[in-house]
Design a protein around this ligand. Sequence first.
Ligand code: SF4
Length: 324
Amino acid sequence: MKAFDYTRAGVLSDAVGSPAMLIAGGTNLLDLMKLEVATPDALLDINPIGLRDIAPEGAGLRIGALVSNADCAAHPRVRADWPLLSRAILAGASPQLRNKASMGGNLCQRTRCGYFMDGHSPCNKREPGSGCAAQGGVNRNHAILGASDACIATYPGDMAVALAALRATVETEGPDGAREIAMRDFHRVPGDDPSRDNVLKPGEVITAIRLPAPVAGRQLYRKVRDRASYAFALVSVAAAIRVSGGQIEAAQLAFGSIAHKPWTDERIEKMLIAQAPSPALFDRAADLLLEEARGQGHNDFKILLARRTLAAVLAEATQDATGE
Ligand code: SF4
């Protein structure tokens, strides 16, 4: 590991605008530093600055950026009103990692593309302009939607997928002041600059995640992966669905591990409204989702897997729910 300076922030203003790399739980960053994929000259530890409250905000909830993933998943309000978030967090990583990982840090985790992680292969994300070894290489875990000629990596997390479905927002404090970013807009598609995973500006710090009022109805998170625990998703689907009088009244959906960001498509959400649940309807939803899907070779199976996972989640979310 390359040598670096280490300091601790006392208050939030120490971190805002700092040129140092921020560290909270470090569950991803320390791995990247050991592999010398990340080589910061200076680390600023933001653990002392607080941001550990979970507090009601109207009908919603404000979750401090340094709340641990474990504490968020176990919080009684989260479990009762946003079970999708709790389930998605518990589907990720291991208990030890969830104890250490912070909410803000989780959003900033980087892709697990093997060529990015190996530190040597051509990789436009790690070394802009060097190429993309995953194209024509081993790309079983890579994107089927929203990829570019520069990068076909996926965003690997679970929590952000649930937050995108729930229409959460990310609160930040930067050198130019505070702002609130829709979760659905926080991560980027790679375009011609895959080095940037999200829309955070230099010196900007995530301070909280805000959940809007919960969606009455059913909330599901289904994660399909190679083994039952401690594995990244091949495909995941987050859904908050309400059925009333035999018709779908509310539908919020997001998809994980199929794109460079938690993938959302409002056309599907709109198309499902006021429709009676049926296999034919779920098929049409999948047609829309996968209209522009493109496999890279090893990951071609993800197109069918995404179709089947969406259909299964919609069937489960609407089953016997005609009067909710
Ligand atoms: Fe790098 Fe993206 Fe290509 Fe992976 S897919 S090698 S992260 S440029």
